[in-house]
Every structure is written in structure tokens, then in C-alpha cells.
Design a protein. Structure first.
Length: 114
């Protein structure tokens, strides 16, 4: 069911397309579990294996910087200040923030309640 819904999604940003790649090949239960784990524990937990090492988070940020900047701007407009207290390299924080916010948007599009 969710794989079909993912294929039907239109007008995706490049970061959304990339995050959806991580869901490919998963069955419905695995998709829900993955999304819930990222939402509950965040990338800092290691649940997103492609974003564990600084090299990988830096590459992810550099690839999707424009989309991530848009996410930060959206959060700022909502009164959320995501950059207020960053205690590790900014590219790492932003890569994780971008991934986590994108997974939430995908969950909304799939109508998965978090």
C-alpha cells in the first residue's frame, strides 16, 4: 500500500526523492517502523545508516543545501528556531534536521500518524 502511495507522489523536492529512496524495498510495516524510529529517536540515534559519519552528513548537506535552507526558513516562519543551540558541526546538524523534517512530511503524505 505505502509503496504504491510513494510512487504516486508528485512535485517532490530533491531531498524528498532522496529520503524516499531509503524506503524503497520495505514492506508497509517496515516503512512505518522506519519513519517512527527516525521521528522518535532522530538521526543522532544512528537509525539512518547513511547519515552516521561526518563525511556522509557533509555530503548530504552539500547535495541538499537549498532544500534544507527552505526547511529552516519554514521552521523559522513557524516560530521554531532550529539553529538556536547547535553543539556539533552545523552541516551535521542541518543534514539531520533536513532528513528528519523530510521524513515527517513524507509521513504526512502517506497519512501515517506520528
Amino acid at each position: 500500500m505505502y509503496q504504491e502511495k510513494l510512487k504516486e507522489l508528485k512535485d517532490l523536492t530533491s531531498i524528498e526523492k532522496r529520503v524516499i529512496e531509503d524506503l524503497e524495498g520495505l514492506d508497509d510495516e517496515e516503512i512505518v517502523n522506519y519513519i517512527e524510529n527516525v521521528n522518535q529517536y532522530g538521526c543522532i540515534s544512528g537509525s539512518v545508516v547513511s547519515l552516521i559519519y561526518y563525511k556522509d552528513t557533509k555530503d548530504f548537506y552539500n547535495t541538499f543545501a537549498e532544500d534544507i535552507d527552505d526547511i529552516v526558513e519554514e521552521l523559522d516562519e513557524q516560530g521554531i528556531e532550529p539553529l538556536k543551540e547547535v553543539s556539533y558541526p552545523i552541516f551535521n546538524f542541518l543534514a539531520w534536521l533536513g532528513y528528519e523534517e523530510t521524513i515527517r512530511k513524507i509521513a504526512d503524505k502517506l497519512e501515517i500518524e506520528l
